[in-house]
Design a protein around this ligand. Structure first.
Ligand code: ZN
Length: 242
């Protein structure tokens, strides 16, 4: 099985997605999966959605996608997230909204499950620590499960005896026996104080995951957000990665 690029939380960031897909190709990777939150926050939902509906081998929805598609109540979003979801609804065509509404927040039909947030709550729960990771890892049997949602690259390992270990989402991590929860971080709105786009290279033959950062045209993404009148915070945070 060839290596697979894992992309999550692209969030309508055209500049970041373009740069990451070029980097994926430079790594000689031809397959990629999208772990949700295709839209929301950023200025190019049509462009990013068009790619995510056609190019990845697998693609699930995140809470922002479901918000735009009408699948979850909008009062669950923070004010600037709400503004972006509401604006995204106005710019997507009917066909794209219908396509978005057909995506589910989980895909358990393969050897590597994809869930947007967590296994016990695929839409909303943030897996930020050992407790949440443990709850998810108790619910799967597979060697590797991919998640997103927090915008922070990280991995958690569950050993045979149930012990959970958190592994920083940096460099190459060897996927030793047991169960793994892998979060590649966010392509379009990183929140770990590193503004570069984040993604991961999963190699199931070598049993490794590599956490990768890709520089992109942040100023261009910020200009696009300001040009369509989305909240300033959404542009500002891209520069710092928070
Ligand atoms: Zn997100």
């Amino acid at each position: 099985m060839a290596a697979i690029a894992i992309l999550s939380d692209i969030h309508s960031n055209r500049q970041a997605l373009d740069a990451v897909l070029e980097d994926v190709a430079r790594h000689d990777i031809t397959r990629w999966w999208c772990v949700g939150d295709i839209v929301g926050y950023g200025a190019d939902p049509q462009y990013v959605l068009e790619i995510c509906l056609t190019a990845p081998e697998r693609c699930i929805a995140g809470n922002h996608d479901l918000g735009v598609a009408g699948g979850v109540p909008l009062d669950a979003f923070s004010s600037w997230a709400y503004d972006a979801v509401a604006w995204t609804q106005t710019v997507l065509g009917l066909e794209q909204r219908v396509a978005l509404a057909q995506l589910a927040p989980t895909d358990f039909d393969h050897a590597v499950p994809l869930v947007h947030a967590s296994v016990r709550d695929p839409i909303w729960e943030y897996v930020l620590g050992v407790e949440e990771a443990k709850a998810s890892l108790e619910l799967v049997r597979e060697h590797v499960t991919c998640i997103g949602h927090t915008h922070i690259p990280a991995a958690w390992h569950r050993a045979e005896d149930g012990t959970i270990t958190e592994v920083p989402g940096q460099g190459v991590v060897e996927l030793v026996p047991g169960r793994w929860l892998i979060n590649p971080g966010s392509v379009g709105q990183p929140r770990d104080d590193d503004p570069r786009a984040a993604w991961a290279r999963l190699d199931l033959d070598a049993n490794t995951v590599e956490f990768i950062r890709t520089p992109y045209d942040i100023a261009g993404a910020q200009r696009a957000i300001r040009a369509v009148g989305l909240p300033e915070i959404l542009a500002e945070r891209l520069g710092e990665g928070f």
